[in-house]
Design a protein around this ligand. Structure first.
Ligand SMILES: Nc1ncnc2c1ncn2[C@@H]1O[C@H](COP(=O)(O)OP(=O)(O)O)[C@@H](O)[C@H]1O
Ligand SMILES: [Mg+2]
Length: 440
C-alpha cells in the first residue's frame, strides 16, 4: 500500500481506547460504569489479572448511569472493577468462500479445529433487510429434491417457509435430504439450541460428507449463553447474505427458530422486559420479523429459507408458531401420526401450504396437485369410518375412489433418505398419478 492511500485509513483509526469498570454481576447480567457505547456494541471485559484474557460481551441495555452487558461466553473470572473496553462496533464476522465445508460458531470462528485464512471479508452480523421495492418477485421454481415438496408444495427461489414439527418426527432428516438434493448453489445451515450430540449427528448422518461439501454450518448448542444462540441466527443469516450478494442461489435453514426465540426471551427477561404471551417478551416478536425479512430475494441473488418451529403436542397455535406463520410464505407440517405409521418424510400435505405455488406451477401441474389434495382430503375425512369398517363400499363413488387411490398416494409421498428425485420427475409422476391412479 502506498503512503498516500494510508492517510485516509489512519484518519479513521480510533487512537484512544475507552474503558469502563464492572460494578455488579447478577446472573447473566453485567453492569458497568462506562464505557460510552450504544446498544448492540461489543465490549471486551478484561479478566484474569494481567493475563491477556478477555470476555466478549454485548451492550443490551442501560440503567441510569450503568451499562448492562451480556456475555457471549460463560463468565467466570469477572471481578468488581474488571476493565470493560469499548469497541464501538456491533458484532462483525469474517465471510468468504473459504467457509464452505466448514463448521463455525456464532461469532464465525471455526469449531472444526482448523483456522481460517487471512484476507476474508468483514461484515456486520446484523444488517437491514433488502429494500422491499428492489426485491424481484419470486418467479422460478427451486428443486429441493424431495418429491412431496417439489410436486405438491413447490418452492420458489427466494421463498421462505416454516417447518412445523414436534421432536423426533424427522426434521433433521428432512433438512439433510434437502441440503444434499437441492439444486441451490450453496447451503447455509444454522443449528441453534441443539445438544452437542445432535449437531454431530446432523453433520455426520443427515448431511454426510457429500452434503457438507456444499454447506456452511453455524452451530450454537443449547449449553451456550442465550446471547450466543441469538447471534448464531444473525451470523448465519449474514453468511447467506454474503453469497446472495455474489449472485448465488442460497439454501438457508434454521433449526430451530423456536430456540432463537427462547434465547431472546431469556435476554429480554434479564433486562427487565415484561413477559407477554407464554412468557415471551415483546422483543421476541420484533426480532423474528427482523431476522426473517433478511432472507428472500434481492437484486443480486436469492436466499430460499426453511425455518423449523418446534410445536409441542402438535399445538400449531402456540405464539412462536403463530408469529412465524404470519411472516413466511408457507409452511410444511410434519405429523407424528404419519411418522408413527412409518410414512417418511412425515409431511401432512393437507395442513401444509406453499403460498407461491400457484404462480410457479403450470396449469397441468396445479390441476394434478389439486386432485391429489382432494382425494387425500376425502380419504382423511372418512378415515375413521373406513378403519372401523363402518364404511360400505359403493355408498359414495368419491370415497370409493379415494380408498382405491390411497395406497398409491402414500407411496408417492414417501421417499427414502438416500433417494434423490428431480423436480421434473416428481411433477411428471404427480400428473401421471392424478390421471391414472398409478405410480410410474
Ligand atoms: N425419510 C425417513 N426415512 C426413514 N426414517 C426416517 C426418515 N426421517 C426420519 N426418520 C426416522 O425418524 C427418526 C427421527 O428423525 P430426526 O430427523 O432425527 O427427527 P427430529 O430432528 O425431528 O428430532 C430417525 O432416527 C429415523 O428413524
Ligand atoms: Mg433433530
Amino acid at each position: 500500500m502506498r503512503a498516500k492511500d494510508l492517510i485516509p485509513l489512519i484518519k479513521t483509526v480510533n487512537t484512544y481506547k475507552r474503558y469502563g469498570k464492572v460494578s455488579r454481576v447478577v446472573g447473566l447480567m453485567i453492569e458497568s460504569i462506562g464505557p460510552e457505547s450504544s446498544i448492540g456494541d461489543v465490549c471486551y471485559i478484561h479478566v484474569g489479572n494481567g493475563t491477556k484474557r478477555k470476555i466478549i460481551a454485548e451492550v443490551v441495555g442501560f440503567k441510569e448511569q450503568h451499562i448492562i452487558l451480556m456475555p457471549y461466553t460463560h463468565i467466570r473470572e469477572i471481578a468488581p472493577g474488571s476493565l470493560v473496553e469499548a469497541t464501538s462496533k456491533p458484532l462483525q464476522i469474517k465471510v468468504g468462500p473459504e467457509l464452505i465445508g466448514r463448521v463455525v460458531d456464532s461469532l464465525g470462528n471455526p469449531i472444526d479445529g482448523m483456522g481460517l485464512p487471512t484476507g476474508m471479508t468483514t461484515t456486520d452480523a446484523d444488517r437491514n433487510p433488502p429494500n422491499p421495492l428492489n426485491r424481484p418477485p419470486i418467479s422460478e421454481k427451486l428443486e429441493v429434491g424431495v418429491r412431496p415438496i417439489d410436486s405438491l408444495l413447490t418452492v420458489g427461489k427466494g421463498q421462505r417457509l416454516g417447518i412445523f414439527a414436534g421432536s423426533g418426527v424427522g426434521k433433521s432428516t428432512l433438512l439433510g435430504m434437502i441440503a444434499r438434493n437441492t439444486k441451490a448453489d450453496i447451503n447455509v445451515i444454522a443449528l441453534i439450541g441443539e445438544r452437542g450430540r445432535e449437531v454431530r449427528e446432523f453433520i455426520e448422518r443427515d448431511l454426510g460428507p457429500e452434503g457438507l461439501q456444499k454447506s456452511i454450518i453455524v452451530a450454537a448448542t443449547s449449553d451456550m449463553p442465550a446471547l450466543m444462540r441469538i447471534k448464531g441466527a444473525f451470523t448465519a443469516t449474514a453468511i447467506a447474505e454474503y453469497f446472495r450478494d455474489k449472485g448465488k442461489d442460497v439454501m438457508f435453514m434454521m433449526d430451530s427458530v423456536t430456540r432463537v426465540a427462547m434465547g431472546q426471551r431469556e435476554v429480554g427477561l434479564a433486562v427487565g422486559e415484561p413477559p407477554a404471551t407464554k412468557g415471551y417478551t415483546p422483543s421476541v416478536f420484533s426480532i423474528l420479523p427482523q431476522l426473517m425479512e433478511r432472507t428472500g430475494t434481492n437484486e443480486n441473488g436469492s436466499i430460499t429459507a426453511f425455518y423449523t418451529v418446534l410445536v409441542d403436542g402438535d399445538d400449531m397455535n402456540e405464539p412462536i408458531a403463530d408469529a412465524v406463520r404470519g411472516i413466511l410464505d408457507g409452511h410444511i407440517v410434519l405429523d407424528r401420526n404419519l411418522a408413527n405409521k412409518g410414512q417418511f418424510p412425515a409431511i401432512n400435505i393437507l395442513k401444509s401450504i406453499s403460498r407461491l405455488m400457484s404462480g410457479l406451477a403450470t396449469k397441468e401441474h396445479q390441476i394434478a396437485a389439486n386432485r391429489i389434495r382432494d382425494l387425500l382430503s376425502i380419504y382423511t375425512n372418512s378415515e375413521d369410518l373406513i378403519n372401523i369398517g363402518a364404511y360400505k363400499r359403493g355408498a359414495s363413488k368419491e370415497i370409493d375412489e379415494a380408498i382405491q387411490m390411497y395406497p398409491n398416494i402414500v407411496s408417492f409421498l414417501k421417499q427414502a433418505t438416500d433417494e434423490k428425485i428431480s423436480i421434473d420427475d416428481s411433477i411428471q409422476s404427480l400428473i401421471h398419478l392424478a390421471r391414472t391412479g398409478e405410480m410410474n
